[in-house]
Design a protein around this ligand. Structure first.
Ligand code: KG4
Ligand code: ZN
Length: 366
């Protein structure tokens, strides 16, 4: 089985071919990433301190054909030889989604292949099966620039959101903090770098939601606290910036750890028979060493395996979309040919869990 995947939901233009050989033991997954081409638009957006949707959509239009061609060439698989085309159809920035899905529709129609519309979050959720052949069920922590969620991954198409942010995504909080402190975009890696020489004990920033019975995340109050602290001592020296970054990071790790500990305990209760349970992280923020260290410690205390797929597959890519396409094909859940599928800027992975308290009429943006 070979699937061409396309990803354009944010600021990465990506295409990939993933293969799964039907061996004698089909329950043992041995997928191969035949190509994985990712073009980051960071340079296009850096001057604005964040992703500008119109610039992103235009950049996708300009780059996508070449990226798809490169993915096919790298994989040495011709379009004729793929079994299906899978494209991210949401959630994300609608301009980019339109570019990716329309391109996929055109390729699928021209090559007479089925088209599979993939939820971007499902791509992240299933990555650990592509990289590590992980068995269901497991727990996923997704922390990126656009999303902050804890999801119980129970099967293909069977996801239960246990927690989500009621305001900013965690990556967004890093990016906004960096911007306030005059650090370049993307903020996360720069905040982490500055924090190395900072004193994490200098500022007592809040730990939002810590100890709350509501399982969700919140980061906007922390961001406001950072702004107030920075304004109070401006102009900032390099040491001030480092201290704020270190204190911010410590608050984030502490708050996140509290939320994840709750979810690990819930997983034990809901899946008491699951041997060797695992927590998987995905998203750009998972690169942060302080956060990773906190999660590793939590997992080892709770008897969970901690799994962080390689960074290239943790952040946005099309291999995860191609893989989600393969999983759906195998499960007989590829759906009708998605030629009529309309891109969805908001598309919850779990349509059953109640909307979030405090996240506004349209639900959490992340
Ligand atoms: O998954 P990702 O590459 O893209 C999407 O958001 O879709 O995540 C990017 C986010 C940005 O907000 C970036 O600041 C954050 O991940 N990030 C980090 C680190 N590296 C990237 N945040 C904290 N520490 C890092 N080392
Ligand atoms: Zn993503």
């Amino acid at each position: 089985m070979r699937v061409l995947g396309i990803e354009t939901s944010c600021d990465e233009t990506a295409a990939s071919v993933v293969a799964l050989d039907g061996g004698s033991a089909p329950e043992i997954l041995s997928p191969k990433i035949l190509s994985n081409v990712v073009l980051s638009q960071i340079e296009e957006h850096a001057a604005f301190g964040g992703v500008v949707p119109e610039i992103a959509a235009r950049a996708h239009v300009e780059a996508l054909d070449g990226i798809v061609e490169a993915a096919l060439t790298d994989s040495a698989v011709s379009l004729d030889e793929v079994d299906a085309v899978a494209a991210t159809a949401g959630p994300g920035l609608v301009g980019g989604l339109i570019v990716g899905l329309m391109t996929a529709k055109a390729i699928a129609a021209a090559a007479n292949k089925p088209l599979i519309a993939i939820n971007h979050l499902e791509g992240h959720a299933l990555t650990a099966r592509l990289t590590d052949g992980l068995d269901f069920p497991y727990l996923l922590l997704l922390v990126s620039g656009g999303h902050t969620q804890i999801v119980a991954v129970r099967g293909v198409g069977d996801y239960q959101r246990w927690a989500s942010t009621i305001d900013d995504a965690l990556g967004e909080a890093f990016d906004k903090t960096a911007k306030m402190l005059g650090l370049p975009y993307p903020g996360g890696p720069n905040v982490e770098k500055a924090a190395v020489s900072g004193n994490a004990g200098r500022f007592a920033f809040p730990r939002p939601m810590k100890g709350s019975a509501q399982p969700d995340f919140s980061f906007s109050g922390l961001k406001t606290a950072v702004r107030q602290a920075a304004t109070a001592i401006a102009p900032l020296s390099d040491q001030d910036v480092a201290d704020i970054c270190a204190s911010f990071q410590a608050a984030v790790a502490d708050a996140l750890g509290d939320r994840v500990a709750r979810a690990l305990a819930r997983f034990r209760l809901e899946f008491p028979d699951k041997a060797n349970p695992a927590l998987v992280v995905a998203g750009g923020v998972a690169a942060n060493r302080t956060i990773k260290g906190t999660l590793e410690a939590l997992c080892s205390k709770a008897g969970f395996t901690f799994l962080a797929p390689p960074q290239k597959l943790c952040t946005d890519n099309a291999a995860m979309i191609a893989w989600a396409g393969i999983e759906r094909l195998r499960a007989g859940m590829a759906g009708e040919n998605a030629a009529d599928f309309v891109p969805r800027s908001r598309w919850p992975l779990d349509s059953v869990s109640a909307p979030l308290v405090g996240s506004g009429r349209r639900g959490a943006k992340a």
